[in-house]
Write a protein that binds this ligand. Structure first.
Ligand code: G1P
Length: 298
């Protein structure tokens, strides 16, 4: 039975320690690392808001206070900018606190992505909801989340996002076994496996960090044993739902062909910063010729 309740809630797991970016993340959450001039997390919250999800729950942990501060007002800074007549910076400062209604819950004992999503159970209640992972940035010009919401509203169950990757890279992702759905531009997920060895991968379709989930996922997560890396994996819960029948079961996928940037490790983070900076109206014209010259000298 398709689930038709309107989707308004987004869950953003942000409890990770960010060890890959030490020492930058010793005293600062990795979600606050700037991508050009906005913290990575702001792109994700803005993406949720654009898809109509203005009720955001962040799953945080110790040393994540900067996240709450960033999405809050800073009256004295606003007053200084206002007195100077600096409208542009004032708007930039205010933007992050106008993106929606942001709530926080702490995951005090992080046990993996599935466990982080389970921390959202009380806040979400019995409605379908989205999950956005902060390491994946989706270009604001390319639609993904709204398309996934449309599919969830049409077919019910849960919807994931997949992207074709080089088969050698599949072991860094969840990987899906899918079949076509006649006459539709989405696919049905037959099975999922978290970070398989390339020779065991069912395809080269990698799970990327956007999910629209049926609340049935919570009961499944509660029963899901630790999997890869000893962590409770969202992929494993979705594998269960893909093979189940009845209310809330079934998993479909949208295959994304747009622009995705990864801020999860140093090299891909640097690529994301450069790619987004050259696209910017205020920076691109100056940066592009310099980059060409720089690259020619390598
Ligand atoms: C998580 C998921 C994985 C997914 C990936 C997308 O892994 O467990 O299935 O492919 O996000 O970015 P992580 O990158 O957190 O290890």
């Amino acid at each position: 039975m398709p689930q038709t309740a309107r989707i308004t809630k987004a869950v953003i797991p942000a409890a990770g320690l960010g060890t890959r970016f030490l020492p930058a993340t010793k005293a600062m959450p990795k979600e606050m690392l700037p991508v050009v001039d906005e913290p990575a997390i702001q792109y994700v919250v803005a993406e949720a808001a654009k898809a109509g999800l203005d009720n955001v729950l962040m799953i945080t942990g110790r040393s994540k206070r900067a996240l709450e501060d960033h999405f809050d007002r800073v009256p004295h800074l606003e007053a200084v900018l206002e007195a100077k007549g600096d409208e542009r910076r004032l708007a930039a400062v205010q933007e992050s606190n106008n993106l929606g209604d942001i709530h926080y819950v702490r995951q005090s004992d992080p046990q993996g992505l599935g466990h982080a999503v389970l921390c959202a159970k009380r806040h979400v209640g019995n409605e379908p909801f989205a999950v956005l992972l902060g390491d994946d940035l989706i270009d604001a010009r390319d639609e993904l989340l709204s398309e996934m919401i449309r599919v969830q509203q049409a077919v019910g169950g849960s919807v994931i996002a997949l992207m074709e990757v080089d088969p050698a890279q599949v072991s860094a992702y969840g990987c899906a076994d899918v079949e076509a759905v006649e006459g539709e531009d989405f696919v049905r997920v037959r099975g999922l496996v978290e970070k398989p060895a390339p020779e065991d991968a069912p395809s080269n379709l990698a799970v990327i960090g956007r999910y629209v989930l049926h609340p049935a996922v919570f009961d499944v997560l509660e029963r899901t044993a630790p999997g890869r890396g000893g962590e409770i994996q969202l992929t494993d819960a979705l594998e269960t739902l893909a093979g189940a029948e009845g209310e809330g079961s079934g998993v479909h996928a949208v295959v994304f062909r747009g622009r995705r940037y990864d801020t999860g490790d140093k090299v891909s983070y640097l690529k994301a910063v450069v790619s987004l900076a050259v696209e910017r109206e205020d920076l691109g014209d100056e940066l592009r010729p310099w980059l060409k010259e720089f690259a020619a000298g390598l």
